[in-house]
Design a protein around this ligand. Structure first.
Ligand code: GMT
Length: 382
C-alpha cells in the first residue's frame, strides 16, 4: 500500500458457487492481504474465504422464518446487518456484488445511518443482474434506482457496460474493472488427478466447470462432446457446481456415458485445472466467464462461443478458440484440432497464462478497485 491509510470495506455477495461470489471472495482476501480491513456480510460464509483473521471478518445475516411471510425476506435483515457493521466498524465503503438485492439493501443501510457514519456504496454488476433481471419489469426499476443512487458502478466487462447503459438507460459513468483470479497451488500432482479420473495416456482431458445454470447450455456442451472424433480421444471432466442428475438422461441418450466424468461441488478446482489439456464452454451468454480465466491461469486453452464478454477474456487463435454460439459441429472441429496438435495446444495455453497474468491478475486489478474506493471516498456527495 502507498502510505495512504488502509480502507475499511464491507463486501456483500452470494456465498454459493458462482462467479460473482468467487470474485468478491478473492477481492476481499486480496484487500485484507494488502492491509485493508474487510467485512463480509452475507447469509452464509462465502465458500472460498479463509477463516476470520485480524483484517478479515464474516458477519452472518440471520433470517427468521415468520409464518405470515409466504416468501422469506432477505433484503431487510441484510440492510440492518449492513448498517450495523458500517456503524460499528466505521466502514468507508460497502461494495456489493450482484445488484439484486444487495445494492438496494446497501442503499437502505446507508439511509438508516446519520450522515457522518454513511459508507460509500459501490455496486459491481456481474451479468444476469443486468441482462436478465434488468429486463424484468418486477426488478428493472429497482435495479435502475439502486444504480442511480450508488456512489460508483462497475461492470466486469466492456460488453456488460454497454448492455447496462442500453438496457437500464444508465447515463452516468460506469467503470469497467475486469475480473481477476489468484490460482492456489494444487494439492495433488497432475498424475494423481489423471489417475483418480482413470484417464489413459492417449486421452486428452477436456474440462468444463460451471454452476450448470440454464445460460451455460449444458445441452450444447454434451451435444458437442458427442460429435468429437475419434470418440476415444478425450474424456470430458465436468466440475459441476450443482446437481448433475438432471443431465444424466441426455448423457445416456447421446451414448457418451463412457466419455463423461462428473465431479460435484469440488472446492480444489486447481487440482483438476492443472491436469486439463483444454477447457470447453458453450454458454449462450457470459458477461466475462471466470472459468475461462481460471483455466488460463493453469495454461489451459479454452474453446468457447463468441458471446457477451468472452472475446475480452479469450483472444481467438492466441489463447484459445472462439466459435459461433450454438454451432456444435464447429465446436467439435475446434476441439478435435486442439486434441490432435499438442504443440499448438501448449502454445495457446502458455499465451493464455501470460495474458491472464498481465491483464487479469490481482496485481493488475486490485489497484483499480483501490483507486475507485479512494475516489468515491474523496468525492463529496451530490
Ligand atoms: O449471472 C450468472 O449466471 C451468475 C453470475 C455469478 O454470480 O456467477 O455469473 C456472472 O458473473 C461472473 C463473475 O463476474 C461472470 O464470469 C459470468 O460470466 C456471469 N454470468 C453471466 O453473465 C451469465
Amino acid at each position: 500500500m502507498s502510505g495512504e491509510r488502509p480502507l475499511k470495506v464491507g463486501i456483500t455477495c452470494y456465498p454459493s458457487v458462482g462467479g460473482s461470489g468467487i470474485l468478491a471472495s478473492a477481492l476481499g482476501e486480496e484487500l485484507a492481504r494488502r492491509g485493508h480491513e474487510v467485512h463480509f456480510i452475507s447469509y452464509e460464509r462465502p465458500f472460498r474465504i479463509p477463516a476470520d483473521g485480524p483484517r478479515l471478518k464474516f458477519h452472518p445475516v440471520v433470517i427468521n422464518d415468520y409464518g405470515l411471510f409466504k416468501y422469506p425476506d432477505y433484503t431487510l435483515p441484510l440492510s440492518v446487518k449492513m448498517a450495523e457493521v458500517s456503524r460499528d466498524h466505521r466502514l468507508d465503503v460497502l461494495h456489493v456484488h450482484y445488484a439484486v438485492p444487495h445494492a438496494t439493501a446497501a442503499l437502505l443501510a446507508r439511509s438508516m445511518l446519520p450522515a457522518s457514519q454513511q459508507p460509500r456504496v459501490v455496486t459491481t454488476l456481474h451479468g444476469t443482474d443486468t441482462t436478465l433481471l434488468g429486463r424484468d419489469a418486477g426488478y428493472g426499476p429497482a435495479i435502475r434506482h439502486a444504480l442511480a443512487s450508488s456512489d460508483a458502478i462497475t461492470t466486469v466487462s466492456e460488453y456488460l457496460r454497454r448492455e447496462t447503459q442500453d438496457l437500464l438507460a444508465i447515463e452516468r459513468p460506469i467503470d469497467v474493472i475486469h475480473n481477476f483470479f489468484v490460482p492456489r497451488s494444487p494439492r495433488r500432482t497432475r498424475a494423481e488427478v489423471r489417475n483418480e479420473l482413470g484417464l489413459k495416456e492417449s486421452e486428452a482431458m477436456m474440462i468444463h466447470l460451471s454452476n450448470l445454470r440454464p445460460p451455460k447450455r449444458i445441452d450444447l456442451l454434451l451435444k458437442a462432446a458427442a460429435e468429437i472424433r475419434p470418440r476415444d480421444s478425450f474424456k470430458l471432466v465436468i466440475l459441476a457446481g450443482a446437481d448433475f442428475a438432471p443431465f444424466r438422461d441426455e448423457v445416456r441418450r447421446l451414448g457418451i456415458e463412457d466419455r463423461v466424468i462428473v465431479r460435484e461441488k469440488v472446492v480444489d478446482v486447481e487440482d483438476y485445472l492443472q491436469a486439463a489439456d483444454l477447457a470447453l464452454f458453450t454458454s449462450e451468454m457470459e458477461s466475462f466467464c471466470l472459468s475461462i480465466l481460471e483455466a488460463a491461469c493453469f495454461a489451459c486453452p479454452s474453446v468457447a462461443p463468441a458471446v457477451g464478454g468472452i472475446p475480452e477474456v479469450l483472444e481467438s487463435n492466441v489463447t484459445g478458440q472462439l466459435v459461433p454460439f450454438g454451432d456444435t459441429a464447429a465446436t467439435a472441429r475446434a476441439v478435435e484440432a486442439l486434441i490432435a496438435d499438442p504443440a499448438r495446444r501448449k502454445a495457446l495455453g502458455q499465451a493464455a497464462k501470460t495474458r491472464a497474468a498481465q491483464r487479469f491478475s490481482a496485481e493488475a486489478i486490485l489497484p483499480q478497485y483501490e483507486a475507485l474506493y479512494r475516489r468515491v471516498c474523496a468525492a463529496s456527495r451530490g
